[in-house]
Design a protein around this ligand. Structure first.
Ligand SMILES: *Cc1c(COP(=O)(O)O)cnc(C)c1O
Length: 464
């Protein structure tokens, strides 16, 4: 009985609307949206009342809820975050950030029309693949190259074009699973090829490959163990010998290089093979990601012998996995950094992976200073040495040494503070270590550090 009375205390939508009509903030939204939000807020209040009769449901309380709901409508779900995890190629946070030239290329192309498939020399149709193929050949030594949506699509396209209906030989140590259910055996099946496993988890010899070659073999596939390493008592044949073996039987060697890097890169005591090195060994086709160590946006790059790339251009599947103009612009702008500039400085992912420890320490000291402004007294913030992975299926054993700031807010648990930082308009993503919030400074720029200090002061002294 009492519950029913309570339910009746929820104001009607008409009443809420008439109160809201005097509210400037709410009035800025279209009436239909406001009505929909008020209905939802009232429905939620009714539900909450059923569960807990103490629920506050005055018009004022409901309008506060409605205002919050409306402001969420005008805030994109896909939006910028501040990455204070120290993981440079954080897949969940969008992998590689773009450099200046890449951003300019994207901006230039996105608002209007472009030369996407238009040849300004002839005035006729051009190819979207032509924009970057020359640079890719120059940077990798490949005869030809083509770019698709992502590396997963690149692997599928290569296998569909080159090995459909045939057997593909893969070492048991390389049957990789990448996050998001990309598994080499499944991708092979999807492409219409048959997997032939050879060797063991830790050792595969050249003779294992040779014994598996038969009349229906279509290719030898190497898969880079991007996100793990098999260490200890291990063996894989030398790449040059493997390529020579395949060529003796007129077979191609294809490699899914995953995080393929264009430059020799050493970070955290580990290196990754360059695309050029692999092609030099005699590998026929190499595929790799645009947004891992290369440092551009999402893309899958296929580089290698012209006759195989030509087979891919014939594939109907190519249309289904084609790259869009914004990603292509980001890739071209990034490749320009490699061709024209000093990519270790101008491609943000490379710069962050190779930045010197003393610069990070300096940055951590600066962040500590910003955090410990006088009005934040009571907070503790301390520079701490850290070690972080590269992320994004690259350099899996690398421990990148760096610095960060450990923060403790008296009266608030680390879990609570982490969630407050995460739920802001500009979320700040951190990790927790020994009950303290850790801001790793590796991926932060100056304005991020100011935002972090502002966020802490908002949370520490709400309304101050
Ligand atoms: C990352 C990775 C992929 C998938 O690349 P995406 O660009 O994320 O699609 C495939 N194979 C390997 C070995 C990888 O490391």
């Amino acid at each position: 009985m009492e519950g029913n009375n309570k339910l009746r205390s929820i104001p009607s939508i008409d009443r809420l609307l008439s109160i809201a009509s005097a509210d400037k903030e709410i009035n800025a939204y279209p009436r239909e949206l406001v009505v929909a939000c008020l209905r939802q807020v009232a429905a939620e209040a009714r539900e909450a009342l059923r569960l807990n009769s103490e629920q506050e449901c005055s018009p004022a309380a409901l309008l506060v809820e409605a205002r919050e709901m409306l402001s969420r409508c005008s805030r994109p779900s896909l939006r910028r975050v501040i990455n204070a995890t120290g993981v440079v190629l954080h897949t969940n946070l969008g992998r590689a950030p773009l450099g200046r030239r890449a951003r300019e290329c994207v901006t230039d192309v996105m608002a209007g029309y472009s030369t996407l498939e238009y040849d300004t020399e002839t005035g006729g149709r051009g190819s979207r693949y032509a924009h970057v193929s020359e640079q890719l050949c120059q940077l990798t030594g490949a005869e030809d190259a083509i770019v698709v949506n992502n590396n997963a699509a690149a692997v599928l396209l290569v296998l569909s074009a080159v090995t459909k209906g045939r057997e593909v030989i893969v070492s048991r140590g390389e049957l990789v699973e990448i996050g998001g259910s990309f598994r080499i055996p499944d991708v092979l099946r999807q492409s219409g090829a048959t997997l032939v496993e050879v060797g063991t988890t830790n050792k595969t010899h050249l003779s294992d490959y040779e014994q598996a070659i038969g009349p229906n073999t279509g290719a030898i596939l190497k898969v880079h163990t991007s996100n793990y390493r098999i260490i200890g008592f291990t063996a894989q044949p030398d790449g040059r010998e493997l390529a020579a073996l395949a060529h003796r039987y007129q077979l191609p060697v294809i490699e899914d290089l995953g995080s393929g890097t264009l430059l020799p890169l050493a970070a955290g005591g580990q290196t990754e093979p360059t695309v050029a090195e692999r092609l030099q060994l005699g590998f026929d086709v190499v595929t790799f990601s645009g947004d891992k160590l290369l440092g551009a946006g999402q893309a899958g790059i296929i580089a290698g012998k012209a006759r195989y790339v030509a087979m891919m251009k014939q594939q109907p599947l190519l249309r289904a996995v084609r790259i869009d103009k914004l990603s292509l612009a980001a890739l071209e702008g990034t490749l320009m950094e490699y061709v024209l500039g000093e990519p270790e400085q101008t491609v943000p992912a490379l710069a962050m992976l190779t930045i010197a420890e003393d610069i990070l320490k300096e940055r951590a000291i600066q962040l500590t200073r910003l955090i410990l402004q006088p009005e934040l007294s009571g907070l503790t913030a301390e520079v701490v040495p850290l070690s972080s992975p590269a992320g994004g299926g690259a350099l899996p054993l690398a421990a990148l040494r760096g610095y960060g700031v450990a923060v403790n807010m008296p009266g608030m648990s680390a879990d609570k503070l982490e969630s407050r930082l995460r739920q802001r308009n500009i979320p700040i993503i951190v990790r927790i270590q020994e009950e303290r919030i850790i801001f790793d400074v590796r991926c932060l720029v100056e304005t991020d550090m100011e935002e972090i200090a502002a966020a802490l002061s908002e949370i520490w002294r709400p309304g101050a």
